[in-house]
Design a protein around this ligand. Structure first.
Ligand SMILES: Cc1cc2nc3c(=O)[nH]c(=O)nc-3n(C[C@H](O)[C@H](O)[C@H](O)COP(=O)(O)OP(=O)(O)OC[C@H]3O[C@@H](n4cnc5c(N)ncnc54)[C@H](O)[C@@H]3O)c2cc1C
Length: 475
C-alpha cells in the first residue's frame, strides 16, 4: 500500500513525460469512485477534471437517495451496478464517517390505476432481489399521517435510504489520493491520441500519458469519445430536474421517502428528508440541449409545489429555503453505456443518468476489475482493514457537529451552524474547495435559510478568491 502522502496537481502544469497506468476523465461522483477503486489496487491513477473543483457537473445537484434498484429493469447494467454500489456504500460508509439515514421508501398510489400497479411493483422489486411489501391504506395512514386522504396504498421498500451526495464522492477521491492517486483540476481534456501502448492526453494544463483511459465525463461523455476518435455509441441529451428545498420545520412532515408510481420516462416527483434536516420536493424531468446551465423556471416550480401540497397538505405555507436544478446525463439508451476496448486500452462509462450516486462504487469496482485485465494483471482490492480511510467532516444531522463542542471556533454561517474552523479546513484540506459551490458542498455555508446573506461577508474575508465567484443556489 502507498503511504498517506497526498498529491494534488490542481494548480500546476503537468510535465509531458508523466505516465500513469490509468487516467480517469471527469471528477463527478462516478470518476471519484472509479479513481478510488483503481488506486486502492495500487494502479498509478490520475483524475483529469476540467473544472476548478470536483462535482461541478451532473453530480452537483440530485435527490441524494441511495437506491436499492427495486424498480430497475432486470439484467440491466444499471441494476447490477446499483446493487453493487449500494452494498459497498453500506459496508464502508462508517469507516469514512459518511451518513446513511435509513428512511425506507413508500411507492404511493394516488389513484385506482396506480393502486392496480402496486402488486406488480412489489413483485418486480422482489425479482430484483430487493425486499418489498404491500401496505394498505390504514397502515399507510399510520406510517405517514400527514399524507393527504388521496394516498390509497403503497409498496414499502425498507432498504431505500438517504445520504450526503457531496461528502460521499469527496470521501472516495480523498481515499484515492491517500492511496497515491493524483487529481488534476482545471484541466480540460482537449485531445486524445493512441500510440503503440499509451494514450497521449492533451489537457489545458499540459499533456500526460496513460496505458488506460476511463471516460467518466458525464454530460460530456460523448464529446470525450469523439476526441478519442471513437465510434459514437451514445449522444448525451441532458434531462433537467428541478427541486424545491423546504426549511427545517418541514423535515418531519414525512418519515419515509415518498415516491410516485413511476412512468416509462421518469420516477416522478418525490418527497424526502435530507441528511441536513430539510425536506426536498422534486425532481422534474425535461430534456434540454444545454449541458451546463440548468435554470429553475417559476411556472415549473409552482406546478411541483402544488403537486407536493396535494400529496402533503401540511406543506402549504412552509418556508422554502432554496430551489435548484440538476442535469442528468441521459442518452438515447435506457441503460448505462458500459464498454471496454481491450485493443485500445479504453473504458467508457456513459449515460449514468439518474442513479449514479447509488451505482458509483459499483461502477468503480467494475471499471477497476475490467481495467486490471486490460492492464494485464487482475488485481483484487485489499481488505478494508488494510486500506487508509479519510475521515469526513460531520456536516449532516446524523452526528454531533463541531458547533456543539464547548471549545468551538466562532460560527460563520448561523443558518447551518458552520464554524470558522470548518471553513478553514475545507479551504486547506486534502482536496481544497476550488469554487464557491464547492465550499458550500463541503461545509453547508450559504445553504441555509438566508442563502448566504448573513455569511457572505465572512466568507469573502476567509476565501477572497472563491467569494469572487457567484454564490449559486443549491440544496
Ligand atoms: C435531478 C437529479 C436527481 C438525481 N437523483 C439521484 C438520486 O437520488 N440517487 C442517485 O443515485 N442518483 C441520482 N441522480 C443521478 C446522479 O446525480 C448522476 O448519475 C451522477 O451525478 C452522474 O455522475 P457522473 O460522474 O457520471 O457525471 P458528472 O457529475 O457530470 O461528472 C463528469 C465530470 O467530467 C468532467 N468533464 C467533462 N468533460 C471533460 C473534459 N473534456 N475534460 C475533463 N473533464 C471533463 C465534468 O466537468 C464533470 O465534473 C440524479 C440526477 C439528477 C440530475
Amino acid at each position: 500500500m502507498h503511504s498517506s502522502a497526498v498529491n494534488i496537481a490542481g494548480h500546476t502544469s503537468t510535465a509531458p513525460e508523466r505516465t500513469f497506468d490509468v487516467a480517469v476523465v471527469g471528477a463527478g461522483v462516478v470518476g471519484c469512485a472509479i479513481a478510488r477503486s483503481f488506486a486502492i489496487r495500487g494502479w498509478r491513477t490520475v483524475v483529469v477534471e476540467k473544472e476548478a473543483d470536483i462535482l461541478e457537473g451532473a453530480s452537483k445537484g440530485n435527490s441524494a437517495l441511495l437506491h436499492t434498484g427495486f424498480d430497475e429493469p432486470p439484467l440491466s447494467h444499471e441494476l447490477v451496478m446499483i446493487k453493487a454500489g449500494y452494498s459497498i456504500y453500506r459496508r464502508i460508509h462508517g469507516r469514512m464517517n459518511l451518513p446513511l439515514v435509513e428512511t425506507r421508501a413508500l411507492v404511493v398510489a394516488w389513484d385506482r390505476e396506480d393502486l392496480g400497479k402496486l402488486d406488480g411493483i412489489a413483485a418486480h422489486s422482489r425479482a430484483n432481489g430487493v425486499e418489498a411489501s404491500r401496505m394498505e391504506q390504514t397502515g399507510l395512514r399510520r406510517r405517514e399521517p400527514n399524507l393527504s386522504d388521496g394516498a390509497l396504498g403503497a409498496v414499502e421498500i425498507p432498504g431505500e435510504a438517504v445520504i450526503d451526495p457531496w461528502s460521499a464522492p469527496l470521501g472516495y477521491i480523498r481515499q484515492a489520493l491517500l492511496h497515491g492517486a493524483e487529481l488534476l483540476l482545471g484541466a480540460a481534456v482537449t485531445g486524445l491520441s493512441r500510440g503503440a501502448s499509451l494514450w497521449r492526453i492533451e489537457t489545458s494544463k499540459g499533456s500526460l500519458a496513460a496505458r488506460l483511459v476511463v471516460n467518466a465525463a458525464g454530460l460530456f461523455g460523448d464529446r470525450v469519445e469523439a476526441l478519442a476518435g471513437r465510434r459514437p455509441r451514445f449522444t448525451v441529451r441532458p434531462r433537467k430536474g428541478q427541486f424545491v428545498v423546504y426549511d427545517k420545520p418541514a423535515h418531519d412532515l414525512v418519515n419515509a421517502i415518498i415516491l410516485r408510481v413511476p412512468t416509462e420516462r421518469t420516477k416522478g416527483i418525490l418527497l424526502t428528508r435530507t441528511v441536513f434536516g430539510n425536506l426536498l420536493l422534486g425532481p422534474t424531468a425535461d430534456d434540454q440541449d444545454d449541458r451546463i446551465h440548468a435554470p429553475c423556471e417559476e411556472a415549473v416550480l409552482r406546478r411541483i409545489i402544488a403537486e407536493g401540497e396535494a400529496m402533503l397538505p401540511a406543506l402549504t405555507g412552509q418556508a422554502i429555503t432554496a430551489t435548484f436544478a440538476g442535469l442528468r446525463p441521459a442518452t438515447e439508451h435506457r441503460d448505462y453505456v458500459l464498454v471496454t476496448d481491450a485493443a485500445r486500452g479504453w473504458i467508457t462509462i456513459g449515460g449514468i443518468r439518474s442513479t449514479g450516486l447509488s451505482a458509483s462504487l459499483g461502477l468503480g469496482e467494475w471499471a477497476a476489475e475490467q481495467g486490471g485485465m486490460l492492464l494485464g494483471e487482475a488485481r483484487r482490492a485489499p481488505a478494508d482493514d488494510d486500506l487508509d480511510w479519510p475521515q469526513m467532516p460531520a456536516i449532516s444531522q446524523a452526528a454531533p457537529r463541531p458547533y456543539q463542542q464547548p471549545s468551538r471556533s466562532p460560527i460563520v454561517c448561523h443558518c447551518e451552524w458552520v464554524t470558522e474552523q470548518e471553513i478553514r479546513e475545507a479551504l486547506d484540506g486534502p482536496v481544497p474547495a476550488g469554487t464557491a459551490g464547492g465550499l458550500k458542498r463541503r461545509t453547508r455555508t450559504g445553504m441555509g435559510r438566508c442563502q448566504g446573506f448573513g455569511c457572505s461577508g465572512a466568507i469573502a474575508r476567509l476565501a477572497p478568491d472563491l467569494a469572487a465567484v457567484r454564490l449559486e443556489p443549491a440544496a
